[in-house]
Write a protein that binds this ligand. Structure first.
Ligand SMILES: Nc1nc2c(ncn2[C@@H]2O[C@H](COP(=O)(O)OP(=O)(O)OP(=O)(O)O)[C@@H](O)[C@H]2O)c(=O)[nH]1
Ligand SMILES: [Mg+2]
Length: 248
């Protein structure tokens, strides 16, 4: 089978039956586009849990030649699922979106078109309307401000998806994060690699099907991840400059 033009990784963790209408919506949207595509449904699971997602996504894949799955016992959180999905994606352009339907299917097409028309390497959305409340908006504002303070450049809404990237550029990234920091890491690596980056606005709706996975402790996790990554990069850069001066 030849590789499609576009692969979309859908993060389906613990989505169960609720992933079915979302996948149908994605299929409807993508089948109106005149390029070849595939969906890579990531249904990784915690061993021994009663999560029915692996069975649900397997059934979806059996019903359509455009759908593939990644189903493995979990070895990490969101970032690990995202990397496993992107590693399995074969398209010229590869993208990732949450499976809980908070980002509209049309935003994928908007992102991809922007990437192609403006000859970009990496495109992401930023949330201009958020229906998920003041608390989440506040966390995001603080997180994004801290990010630009620590890394010295400004990105609108690091954690927003979809994120779409040329696969040849993704392969240069060598992402490592297994948790929420994966969203920041991909942006940092894109910038370090000098990729051409674009952003497009999106309306983020409320997730009313399940309680939020993001607990207040996530604020501490976000902050400590930012600090750890920032200062490990400084150490790496110092080590690199030391070894290059030794060579001279
Ligand atoms: N929380 C969590 N999410 C995961 C994990 N692995 C993959 N994900 C995926 O990460 C995506 C984003 O998580 P969400 O919990 O929707 O993040 P959010 O939209 O910021 O927050 P809420 O929807 O309010 O919980 C989901 O689509 C999940 O499928 C995991 O181990 N934990
Ligand atoms: Mg969500």
């Amino acid at each position: 089978m030849t590789a499609p033009h576009f692969s979309l990784v859908v993060l389906c963790y613990r989505s169960g039956q609720s992933i079915i209408p979302f996948v149908e919506r994605l299929q409807r949207t993508l089948s109106r586009c005149n390029f070849s595509w595939e969906l890579v449904l990531v249904g990784n699971y915690i061993e021994g849990s009663d999560d029915e997602t692996p069975q649900v996504v397997t059934k979806l894949a059996e019903s359509s030649p455009n759908i593939r799955t990644v189903i493995r016992p979990k070895q990490g959180m969101m970032g690990w699922d995202m990397r496993m999905g992107l590693d399995a994606a074969t398209g010229t352009y590869i993208g990732v979106i949450d499976g809980d339907g908070q980002f509209p299917a049309e935003s994928i097409v908007a992102c991809l078109l922007k990437c192609e028309l403006e000859d970009l390497d990496f495109t992401k959305t930023y949330r201009v309307i958020r229906d998920d409340g003041l608390y989440r908006r506040l966390i995001s504002t603080v997180y994004n401000a801290l990010f630009s303070l620590l890394f010295g450049f400004k990105v609108r809404d690091i954690n927003s998806k979809p994120k779409i990237i040329r696969r040849d550029k993704y392969e240069l990234m060598n992402l490592k994060s297994d948790d929420w920091f994966a969203d920041a890491e991909i942006v940092i690596r894109a910038r370090e690699l000098g990729l051409k980056i674009g952003e497009t606005p999106v309306h983020f709706v409320l997730n009313d099907k399940r309680g939020s996975f993001v607990k207040p402790i996530a604020i501490l996790e976000f902050t400590s991840n930012l600090l750890k990554y920032r200062f490990s990069r400084t150490k790496e850069a110092k080590a690199a400059s030391l070894s290059s001066s030794t060579v001279k």
